[in-house]
Ligand binder design. Structure first.
Ligand code: ADP
Ligand code: NI
Length: 210
């Protein structure tokens, strides 16, 4: 079995039963998008493969692991040598969005994984994930009386309770210009335009205009 096949099997097993928007399908979409971006950037494609497929393997919201134990275990089981595994961990560590204090990864592999993960939060999939997440948290879809809260730091971002439509403004519409690569910016532009069109319909229907 090649590395990709083995990693895919491990990722599916790890996320079995997870339905909060961080299921195996999310990791696989991030991997596919990351490979699309990687085709246009000089980079180590195997590090991008490892880091994208394992980027949520130790997410604090899902697992109680320390020091990327799930990602390290899976890479060891797949026969990835230590120095390569460390490079993948570095890409994973730097790639996760944290409100306004988010870091820009130093490596191109980290940049690509961060872009691919952010792209999965926008577009049609992004709309679906946002409402699925809001529903799971018992949040209102929309409340015209609650304005979006901009410029939140990480602590505020993690603790605040808003509506799902506000999440579009508080996070999702900020992602396009934060993309690290030109390929991702181009994909993001199309996806963001779709979301803006979606909201236009949503508001019109809310007001009984359409
Ligand atoms: P990450 O993958 O960076 O850890 P999150 O856990 O913040 O992302 O988000 C996972 C998915 O849930 C994303 O699609 C995101 O847009 C959505 N989401 C996160 N927070 C909210 C929220 N407050 N309202 C609606 N959707 C949310
Ligand atoms: Ni993710």
């Amino acid at each position: 079995m090649d590395l990709e096949t083995r990693l895919l099997a491990s990722v599916k097993a790890l996320f079995a039963g997870e339905s909060s928007g961080h299921d195996a399908a999310h990791s696989i979409r991030v991997y596919r998008t990351a490979m699309r971006i990687a085709a246009q950037e000089p980079c180590d494609r195997e590090i991008v493969t490892l880091a994208s497929l394992l980027h949520d393997a130790d997410d604090v919201k899902l697992f109680r692991t320390e020091n990327f134990a799930n990602a390290r275990r899976i890479m060891a089981e797949c026969g990835v040598e230590n120095a390569r595994a460390e490079r993948a961990i570095e890409a994973i560590r730097t790639a996760s969005f944290k409100g306004t204090d988010s870091v820009v990864p130093e490596t191109i592999e980290g940049k690509i994984v961060q872009d691919a993960d952010r792209l999965d939060a926008i577009g049609a999939i992004g709309v679906a994930r946002a409402f699925a997440y809001g529903g799971a948290k018992g949040r209102a879809m929309y409340d015209p009386a609650v304005p979006p809260e901009m410029d939140m730091d990480e602590a505020r971002y993690r603790s605040h309770e808003g509506t799902t439509v506000n999440h579009f403004y508080e996070k999702l519409f900020l992602l396009r210009e934060r993309m690290n690569t030109a390929a991702a910016r181009e994909i993001a532009a199309r996806r963001e335009a779709f979301m803006r069109a979606f909201l236009e319909e949503f508001y019109a229907e809310w007001e009984g205009e359409r």
